[in-house]
Design a binder for this molecule. Structure first.
Ligand code: ZN
Length: 403
């Protein structure tokens, strides 16, 4: 058979084909290495003696709908120069795999169009083989992200499974690429990241995180020159939590059943953005609830005005706004609000750092949502590394694998 056919079809260039046969709806090419191409696998010497052979089968790219196998007579060589006795090298496969490099490439290309199941079905391969090929590809291309260009990063955690399994992710805020995934939450989960970062010589300018003390101390210890910016969504969320607790205690303590009715079901009205309530019916329900209870009203208006901290023309104005807000919160004399005001006061520098670097962990929310979707597709994520690799490759929108 024409050797250039073997090369163009299967990426096989040192072998010749002695026979083609058909077996169980498959096409089998019997091949062996051309004598002039045989070399000692250790020292590349041509002074060897052949000492036996075995037959091995490799999956190649299909022809039409027919599976193709390359059945190769693999020589065992005894080298006269370096005295090693080994099987010849096979250039068209990698390691001890039972499929050709060409087939692996085809699987990778098809994986952008269909799920693992689709590709496995189409190529008559097992689900595990397709997954294994995807995994090796992802590991090679995304397994060790380059950190040297990092400047702005966001750090957040997400739940992997129901219960308490967490992972911590670090994202390049400029590109949206996940550059690190650590086990657990808290400072320890970032240890490996700091080591890698040091080796990469990257200079981090700013970091966005929530107010978690573990992340704060980890960032300050490991990259003290970077500016820490507390994510404003997380700050607003803390305020919303405080407001919600106040609402609940107001409801619990209210003895008058009619008044209780007014508070019932107002949770989302209180927590959503005041400006977004266009419906008059909802507006009056909210107003009624607020009129009935002064602490709730104070907390609600403080929640609404908290956002002003991030809408000032400059940092100086923002400092004034923040100080005034904290003062008002103290004056309200509601324990939950006092606690929140204390937190805000202690983290003031990081909240206002937003005026130096307009960064937030907003991008991580989007990534968290994508991870949730991936988890719902459930399969295979018992293999944690595969799951991580898919997250590391997620930013490649046009090239990402389906499923
Ligand atoms: Zn040798």
């Amino acid at each position: 058979m024409n050797t250039s056919f073997l090369y163009h079809a299967f990426g096989v260039c040192e072998q010749e084909c002695s026979r083609v046969r058909y077996e169980d709806k498959s096409i089998i090419f019997e091949v062996q290495t051309r004598s002039e191409k045989l070399r000692c696998p250790c020292c590349k010497s041509r002074h060897f003696i052949r000492s036996g052979s075995t037959i091995r089968r490799f999956r190649g790219v299909p022809i039409g709908h027919k599976p193709v196998f390359l059945e190769m007579k693999v020589q065992r060589l005894e080298c006269k120069d370096c005295h090693c006795i080994r099987q010849e090298n096979i250039h068209f496969i990698t390691g001890k795999r039972s499929y050709t490099n060409r087939l692996a490439r085809l699987v990778v290309e098809l994986s952008r169009l269909g799920t693992i199941k689709d590709v496995a079905h189409f190529l008559h391969l097992s689900w595990d083989t397709v997954k294994d090929i995807q995994k090796r590809y992802l590991q090679r291309h995304y397994g060790c992200p380059d950190l040297s260009e990092l400047e702005y990063i966001g750090i957040d955690e997400f739940a992997v499974a129901k219960g308490h399994v967490y992972k911590t992710i670090v994202v390049n805020l400029l590109t949206g690429q996940v550059v690190y995934i650590g086990d657990g939450k808290g400072a320890d989960s970032l240890d490996v990241f700091w080591k890698k970062l040091k080796k990469s010589d990257a200079v981090i300018k700013a970091v966005a995180t929530d107010l978690s003390p573990a992340f704060v101390s980890a960032v300050m210890t490991n990259i003290p020159e970077a500016t820490l910016v507390f994510d404003h969504f997380h700050v607003v969320k803390l305020m919303n939590d405080a407001l919600d607790e106040i609402r609940r205690s107001v409801y619990r303590e209210e003895k008058d059943l009619n008044k209780r009715k007014v508070f019932k079901g107002t949770r989302w009205l209180l927590l959503c953005n005041g400006k977004d309530i266009f419906d008059n019916q909802f507006k009056s329900r909210l107003d009624n609830a607020l009129k009935l209870n002064e602490p709730l009203m104070k907390a609600y208006y403080l929640k609404e005005s908290l956002k002003e901290i991030w809408t000032q023309v400059n940092k100086e104005q923002a400092i004034k706004e923040l100080d005034a807000w904290i003062e008002q919160a103290y004056q309200a004399k509601i324990p939950k609000l006092t606690t929140f005001a204390n937190t805000l006061k202690a983290h003031k520098w990081g909240v206002l750092a937003w005026y130096d670097y307009h960064i937030s962990t907003g991008r991580l929310e989007g990534i968290n949502n994508k991870i949730k979707t991936m988890k719902r597709q459930a399969y295979g994520y018992r293999d944690q590394r595969f799951f991580e690799l898919k997250i590391l490759a997620m930013h490649e929108k046009n090239y990402a694998f389906v499923g």
